[in-house]
Design a binder for this molecule. Structure first.
Ligand SMILES: CC(C)(COP(=O)(O)OP(=O)(O)OC[C@H]1O[C@@H](n2cnc3c(N)ncnc32)[C@H](O)[C@@H]1O)[C@@H](O)C(=O)NCCC(=O)NCCS
Ligand SMILES: Nc1ncnc2c1ncn2[C@@H]1O[C@H](COP(=O)(O)OP(=O)(O)OP(=O)(O)O)[C@@H](O)[C@H]1O
Length: 197
């Protein structure tokens, strides 16, 4: 039996970094943002439907994130249309990963896990969490988004506190050492429960 653990949290709160720690503990990891990257690149399954809806978003045969951000900046309702195209393809990618993964625990890094109602599909959900000032600083330090773009994304997500409240495990990502210790505890707990069952 494979235990299915959802991993979520607000933008920039440390999902990818924490997912890597789960991988180091021997878990199989699937990443929704990485799936979107595969879908957007040349030959990816999202290119044709996105080209139809947003011709300006295609650069060199791939979906350009910079172009998409400009499009969404001009018309925030475009994000709903993008989601309508992308989310079903992301779901297909996740299902095929589930069929091929071979580990006792599979971790699914999904930014919009609660927003899309996916929590029902997992045995448990872990949520990363850190103070909002640290979150903003970390995202803006990456230099890929303006403060306005960040505000727009945060406004589209459930409040970070609510995600943490709804999760079975909360992983505080204030330092790498602290996060790693909590990941180890979560994995040990799940493995123990599986052994006892
Ligand atoms: C908006 C886009 C162009 C921004 O691209 P960019 O490379 O700057 O950021 P990246 O993709 O790494 O996303 C960063 C974070 O933004 C948040 N985010 C992304 N899309 C959404 C969304 N539709 N709603 C709320 N938050 C979102 C997530 O926390 C994500 O981890 C891109 O995220 C996108 O095309 N989003 C639509 C597809 C989608 O819904 N992806 C979410 C995972 S399935
Ligand atoms: N436990 C931690 N301690 C210190 N810094 C961290 C920790 N976890 C993540 N970070 C830093 O925070 C930033 C965001 O982390 P990461 O990319 O893992 O977040 P994310 O939730 O996957 O982001 P997004 O929602 O944009 O995909 C990175 O610069 C990362 O190095």
């Amino acid at each position: 039996m494979m235990f299915l653990l959802g991993l979520t949290g607000s933008i920039g709160m440390g999902k990818s970094t924490t997912a890597e720690m789960f991988a180091q503990m021997g878990c199989a990891v699937w990443d929704a943002d990485a799936a979107v990257h595969r879908l957007y690149r040349q030959g990816g399954a999202a290119v044709a439907p996105m080209a139809k809806a947003f011709p300006d978003a295609i650069v060199d045969g791939a979906v350009s994130r910079a172009a998409l951000k400009t499009i969404i900046g001009q018309d925030p309702s475009a994000l709903k249309v993008i989601e309508g195209i992308v989310h079903p393809l992301v779901l297909q990618d996740r299902k095929s990963f589930m069929e091929s993964a071979n580990a006792d625990i599979a971790v699914f890094d999904i930014p919009l896990l609660f927003e899309t109602g996916a929590e029902r599909e997992f045995d448990a959900v872990a949520c990363v969490f850190v103070a909002e000032e640290i979150q903003r600083q970390r995202v803006l330090d990456r230099g890929t988004m303006t403060a306005e773009q960040l505000d727009m994304i945060i406004a589209k997500q459930l409040p970070a506190r609510e995600k943490a409240d709804r999760a079975d495990f909360v992983i505080v990502t204030d330092t790498l050492e602290h996060a790693r210790a909590q990941v180890e505890d979560v994995v040990k707990q799940i493995r123990k429960d599986m052994d006892d069952a």
